[in-house]
Write a protein that binds this ligand. Structure first.
Ligand code: ADP
Ligand code: MG
Length: 361
């Protein structure tokens, strides 16, 4: 089992160059003249004020950076929101709404969790079931939640596969009530929670008047506006091979840049690597030829859901899916033969030392 922070570091180096990590400001004194106060305000407006906060939540190191006069308040509110969402959604916390629903097979979800359920069912529909929020019994069978990894017996896989029918999830949007009609069914928002969280943080930043900021949730990035000097954010994409240079650098603004790869969480048994993105068609870790998928979209939740989904689909289906939905996202895909594919919409903003194949509409 391994979590790599190289991507996080790279992103920080590239994207946050110049962050002070502190809030700068002036102190008021009682002797200050009106004239002095005015000039202080003027100065405050002119001066770059930034705040950076490191948070560990959702089993991930997160860094939040905001630029603007309310930067400190914005990152403080964002941290609180992360705590709320983690407490609500974590399958590792027996008291979370999701855990209680999974334990009882029935229960009420708060608007946030209910929204995630609806959105994940929507992504299920759109991806032909490749993304499946009812994946949790399989995750448990493989030992990912407890980190007690094991390759499950064939029979166990079969049993888990019989709990994947999301048609058995009955939801009432007027009350937030959810019933699982299949015994032992369990849901998991691990494939979309971080993307939803980063979008929520961007909303909090905006509510606080922040026009420039960057959030890094364990290598999953979302940017607000441009850098303070008006230039684009530069987001480095991690290479699944930690001995290699990053895949490239994307110049972007107002986008989530979210990556899924089998190298993020995995275990090894008898020389075989088993990772945490499961193929609902087989019950096994997805092995469809891709080693990394990055999705670029203004919608963090969608970017997260699709990074998981396109990883499961493999190159050919991912290309078709993109062509059918190219208005909503762009993608960077790496195959196990080390071929790099980039969709047309971001080809010009992505610099790489790879020979890149451009996927055209
Ligand atoms: P990470 O969260 O590690 O950045 P992903 O966004 O790809 O990576 O999400 C992987 C998580 O999604 C798994 O840990 C699990 O909780 C969940 N998951 C795994 N396979 C699927 C799937 N086929 N559909 C939906 N969720 C999945
Ligand atoms: Mg995902």
């Amino acid at each position: 089992m391994k979590k790599k922070w190289m991507g996080l570091l790279l992103v920080c180096l590239l994207a946050c160059t110049g962050c002070s990590g502190q809030v700068s400001g002036q102190e008021n004194t009682s002797e200050m003249t009106v004239q002095a106060e005015e000039s202080q305000e003027e100065q405050e407006e002119k001066e770059a004020v930034s705040a950076t906060r490191d948070v560990f939540a959702m089993d991930t190191y997160m860094t939040l950076t905001a630029y603007g006069v309310n930067a400190e308040e914005a990152v403080a509110q964002a941290e609180e929101r992360i705590g709320q969402l983690d407490a609500m959604l974590s399958t590792g916390n027996a008291e979370s709404e999701v855990s209680i629903l999974n334990r009882d097979g029935s229960g009420n979800l708060s608007p946030d969790a209910f929204y995630l359920l609806e959105q994940s069912l929507d992504i299920y529909q759109r991806t032909g079931g490749v993304f499946n929020p009812a994946i949790y019994p399989l995750m448990e069978a493989w030992g990912f939640p407890t980190k007690e990894f094991k390759v499950p017996e064939r029979e166990t896989i079969e049993q888990c596969l019989s709990k994947l029918d999301v048609g058995q999830i009955v939801c009432d949007s007027s009350t937030g009530h959810v019933d699982f009609e299949t015994e032992g069914m369990k849901i998991d928002f691990g494939g979309i929670a971080k993307g939803y969280t980063s979008s929520q943080i961007i909303d909090i930043f905006k509510e606080n008047g922040i026009e420039s900021g960057i959030i890094n949730l364990g290598g999953n990035v979302q940017t607000l506006g441009t850098k303070e000097d008006g230039s684009l954010w530069r987001v480095a994409i991690q290479n699944p091979d930690e001995n290699m240079d990053y895949l490239g650098v994307l110049e972007t603004s107002d986008r989530a840049v979210i990556t899924s790869g089998g190298y993020e969480r995995y275990f090894e048994e008898d020389g075989v690597i088993y990772h945490h993105i499961l193929d609902p068609a087989t019950g096994y870790p997805a092995e469809n030829g891709l080693t990394s998928v990055t999705i670029v979209s203004d919608n963090g939740l969608l970017a997260d859901g699709l990074s998981t989904s396109l990883f499961v689909m493999g190159l050919e289906k991912a290309e078709t899916f993109w062509r059918d939905n190219s208005g909503e996202f762009d993608a960077i895909l790496l195959t196990e033969d080390n071929e790099l594919y980039v969709t047309e919409g971001i080809a010009e903003s992505f610099s790489t030392s790879y020979d890149m194949h451009i996927i055209e509409r």
